[in-house]
Write a protein that binds this ligand. Structure first.
Ligand code: PRP
Length: 211
């Protein structure tokens, strides 16, 4: 039997994924060790392999078939636009993609003015403003701490993830519009879905029972 390979998103999502897999009897204890620098883990008994990758790289590994299955946030799936099957909402990692800014930005946002939008997700921001709202904006790509942008005057608003809302609150910003809800998803390589149909469907149906 060939190995089924999982690409997991390093960090909280990977831990939650391991919790979920444990519930259906799939364990990978070695992977829990935080001090380990090891990148790939094997469950010989079940013929499974697991590796950790940066979120935006997970859809890449899955599209190319280096991983059969991936677990990654919907935000990353939308941003990367890779060819893969999204087969399941795993429920955890729930949050929202929002347009945020100071209350004073609400007016410029509504008046269809040419505003600047800072974001880690330029493709999601483009799709939202151009295709859904038919509003021309200037998109500025940043790599983190996006909330800084409207505070220091880089942009009027941001497109970013809101989970508890505390980052916004502590920085005097608000949710002005909601783009879409987000959560962790299971994705599958298109060829693996055909070649490993039985094993992958079995896995999905066992997960469906507990999610
Ligand atoms: C994310 C997101 C927000 C924050 C939202 O950032 O970009 O900044 O979490 O969470 P909250 O609503 O619970 O405050 P993350 O911590 O992943 O790091 P980043 O700033 O480097 O993107």
């Amino acid at each position: 039997m060939r190995y089924l390979t999982f690409a997991l998103t390093k960090g909280r999502l990977a831990n939650k994924t391991l919790d979920l897999l444990e519930e259906i009897g799939i364990t990978c204890e070695e992977m829990r060790d935080k001090d380990s620098r090891k990148l790939i883990f094997v469950n010989e008994e079940l013929k499974l392999k697991f590796f950790l990758a940066k979120g935006p790289d997970v859809p890449t590994y899955v599209e190319y078939g280096a991983a059969d299955i991936g677990v990654v946030g919907k935000d990353t799936i939308m941003e990367e636009g890779r060819k893969l099957y999204e087969v399941m909402d795993l429920g955890f990692g729930a949050c929202r993609m929002c347009v945020c800014g100071p209350e004073s930005a609400r007016e410029v946002l509504n008046n269809n003015q040419l505003i600047r939008v800072a974001t880690k997700y330029p493709n999601i921001a483009k799709d939202y403003f151009y295709n859904k709202k038919h509003q021309t904006v200037e998109i500025i790509k940043l790599n983190g701490s996006i909330e800084l942008a409207p505070i220091v005057g880089l942009s009027e608003v941001i497109v970013d993830i809101v989970e508890t809302g505390s980052t916004l609150r502590e920085n005097g910003l608000k949710v002005l519009e909601e783009v879409c809800p987000l959560s962790a998803r299971m994705v599958v390589n298109q060829i693996s879905m055909k070649m490993e149909d039985e094993r992958i469907r079995g896995l999905i149906s066992r997960l469906r029972e507990i999610v």
